[in-house]
Design a protein around this ligand. Structure first.
Ligand code: UDP
Length: 486
C-alpha cells in the first residue's frame, strides 16, 4: 500500500489563526479519506483548547478515527502571550515573538522528528502566517511546505509588492493617510487602508514591530522556495478574482472560505462559548432579520467611552441586539473604574443581551440576525459573507481596513462606519452606529440592495465550497500534489 499523505498543520496561538487552521485540517481529512493530519499550536493554546488533557501531551479527535491528532509545540514561555498586554508593557509582544521564533523552530523540528520516529512521517508542512521558520525547518528535513495565508489574497498581494520594490514609496508617504499607492495589478490604495503593519509598525519602537519583521521574513522565505512556493489562501476565486491575478510569482491556491464542520458546532477553540441556551433561545424568540449582532473578535480591546457609545447607539437603533463583550475586556474595564465598571455600563441594556463569547457561526446562521457590527477580522468577514449577513464595518488594525474595503466597495454587502480620530482604535459615536445600521437594515432602496447582494454572495461562496466548486478543486490539486510526493 502506498504511504498515506500526512499533513502537519502549524498555527500561531491566536483564535483568529487557530480557527481557520483547524477548519482547513478538517477539510484536508474530508478531501483525502486516507490522509492523516497532525494539528500543532503552542502548549499554552493547546491547554486552553483541551483543558482536560494532560499537560503538553497530544490529543486525538475520535470523529476522524485517530486521523486527526493534536500535538503542541513549545514557544519557550510558561504563559504565552496575553492579548493586549502591550497596554501595560509596550515590549510584551516583541519579547514574546523573539521567544516564539527561537523556541518554536526548535520544538517544531522535534515534533517532526518524533512523528518520523513513531512511523508517522510528515509529507507536507502547512503553516499559518506568523511562522516563517516552519518552511526552513521542513526543508532541512526534505519535507515540502505550504504557507496558509489567512487574510485576503488582496492583502497578500499588497505585502508581496511592498517587499518587492515598493517599500520606499509607502515609507515616504506613511504619514499621509490619503496618499494613493499604486501597486502592480491592484487598484490604487490610500495609505490609511494599507495593512497597519506596513505603515505604523515599521518603526522599531512600535509595540507590534515584530509583526512587520515576521512578515518580512515570511516573504523572504517564500522567495527561497524552489521551484515555486505554494500558498493556500482562505478565500475563493469568486470573491477575489482580480487580486489573485496580482500575485503571479507563487502558486496561489484559494481553498476557502473554510467554515466549521457540518455538525454546525464550532471546533475546539481557545475561548469557550457561554451556555448556548442563553443567546440561542433569545434569538429564537426574535423576528427574522431583526437582530443586530456585535462582536470585535478575539483580540481587540475597548475603552469605557467606546462601550458607552456602542450601547447608546444600539439602544438608539430600536432593534434587539446581541453583543459580545469578552471576559478580558470586562476585566480591563472594571479595573479602569475601580471595580463596578462593566456591570454599571451594562446595566442600562434594555433591548439587548451581552455575552462573553458565543459560537459566532451559529449566531450568524440564525435567521433572526439582520446585520453584523464587526471589526472586520478576516474570519468574521468570511463567516458573515458565507451566512449572507450584511455588515457594519468598524475596522481597526492589521488587514481590517482593507477587508472593510472589500465588504463595502467590492462586494457591496455592508457599509463602513466613520470613527473619530482617537488613536488607532477610533471611537464609533452612537449616532454614526445608528445611521450605519439603518443603511443595511432599514427601508431604503440602498439597504435592500445591500441585503440582496449579501444573498448573492452567500450563494456564490456556497458554490465555491460545494462539491466540484472552485475552492474544492484547488484543495484537491494540493492534496494530489502531496500524494505524488509521498
Ligand atoms: N468568535 C467567536 N465568538 C465570539 C467572537 C468571535 O466564535 O463571540 C470567533 C469568530 O467566529 C472568528 C474568530 O473568533 O472565527 C475571530 O477571528 P477574526 O479573524 O474575525 O478576528 P481576530 O480575533 O483575529 O481579531
Amino acid at each position: 500500500m502506498p504511504p498515506r499523505p500526512h499533513f502537519l498543520v502549524l498555527t500561531f496561538p491566536f483564535q483568529g489563526h487557530v480557527a481557520p487552521a483547524l477548519r482547513l485540517a478538517r477539510r484536508l481529512l474530508a478531501a483525502a479519506p486516507d490522509a492523516l493530519v497532525t494539528f500543532s499550536t503552542t502548549e499554552v493554546a493547546h491547554r486552553r483548547m483541551f483543558p482536560a488533557a494532560k499537560p503538553d501531551v497530544g490529543d486525538s479527535d475520535s470523529d476522524f478515527d485517530g486521523r486527526l491528532e493534536f500535538l503542541p509545540f513549545s514557544d519557550g514561555t510558561e504563559a504565552g502571550y496575553v492579548a493586549r498586554s502591550t497596554a501595560t508593557n509596550p515590549d510584551a509582544f516583541n519579547t514574546y515573538m523573539a521567544s516564539f521564533h527561537a523556541a518554536g523552530a526548535r520544538s517544531v523540528g522535534g515534533v517532526l522528528d518524533a512523528l518520523a520516529a513513531r512511523g508517522r512521517p510528515v509529507s507536507r508542512v502547512v503553516y499559518s502566517l506568523l511562522l516563517p521558520w516552519a518552511a526552513d525547518v521542513a526543508r532541512d528535513r526534505g519535507i515540502p511546505s505550504a504557507l496558509y495565508w489567512i487574510q485576503p489574497v488582496a492583502v497578500f498581494a499588497i505585502y508581496y509588492h511592498y517587499f518587492h520594490g515598493h517599500a520606499a514609496v509607502v515609507h515616504e508617504h506613511r504619514h499621509d493617510p490619503s496618499f494613493q499607492v499604486q501597486l502592480p495589478g491592484l487598484a490604487p490604495q490610500a495609505v490609511a487602508d494599507l495593512p497597519s503593519f506596513l505603515t505604523v509598525s515599521t518603526e522599531p519602537s512600535d509595540p507590534l514591530h515584530s509583526a512587520f519583521t515576521t512578515l518580512r521574513d515570511l516573504f523572504e522565505t517564500l522567495d527561497r522556495e524552489r521551484p515555486r512556493a505554494t500558498v493556500l489562501v482562505n478565500t475563493c476565486q469568486e470573491l477575489e478574482r482580480g487580486a489573485l491575478a496580482a500575485v503571479g510569482a507563487h502558486d496561489v491556491l484559494p481553498v476557502g472560505p473554510v467554515l466549521p464542520s457540518a455538525s454546525g458546532d464550532e471546533d475546539a477553540g481557545i475561548y469557550k462559548p457561554d451556555d448556548d441556551a442563553k443567546y440561542m433561545d433569545w434569538l429564537d424568540a426574535k423576528p427574522a432579520g431583526s437582530v443586530v449582532y456585535v462582536a470585535f473578535g478575539s483580540l481587540a480591546g475597548m475603552a469605557r467611552e467606546q462601550l458607552e457609545e456602542l450601547l447608546l447607539g444600539l439602544e438608539g437603533t430600536g432593534m434587539p441586539y446581541l453583543c459580545v463583550i469578552r471576559k478580558d475586556v470586562r476585566a480591563a474595564l472594571s479595573s479602569e473604574v475601580g471595580g463596578a465598571g462593566t456591570d454599571q455600563a451594562l446595566a442600562p441594556l434594555k433591548n439587548g443581551v451581552a455575552v462573553e463569547w458565543c459560537d459566532q457561526v451559529k449566531v450568524l446562521s440564525h435567521a433572526a440576525v439582520g446585520c453584523f457590527v464587526t471589526h472586520c477580522g478576516w474570519n468574521s468577514v468570511l463567516e458573515s459573507v458565507a451566512t449572507g449577513v450584511p455588515m457594519v464595518c468598524v475596522p481597526r488594525v492589521s488587514d481590517q481596513r482593507m477587508n472593510a474595503q472589500l465588504v463595502e466597495r467590492e462586494w457591496r454587502v455592508g457599509v463602513r462606519a466613520q470613527v473619530t480620530d482617537q488613536g488607532i482604535a477610533g471611537l464609533l459615536r452612537a449616532e454614526e452606529l445608528r445611521r450605519c445600521v439603518d443603511e443595511v437594515m432599514g427601508d431604503s432602496e440602498a439597504a435592500a440592495e445591500v441585503r440582496r447582494m449579501a444573498g448573492e454572495w452567500k450563494r456564490a461562496v456556497a458554490e465555491a465550497m460545494g462539491e466540484g466548486g472552485s475552492s474544492g478543486r484547488s484543495l484537491m490539486a494540493f492534496v494530489d500534489g502531496a500524494r505524488c510526493a509521498v
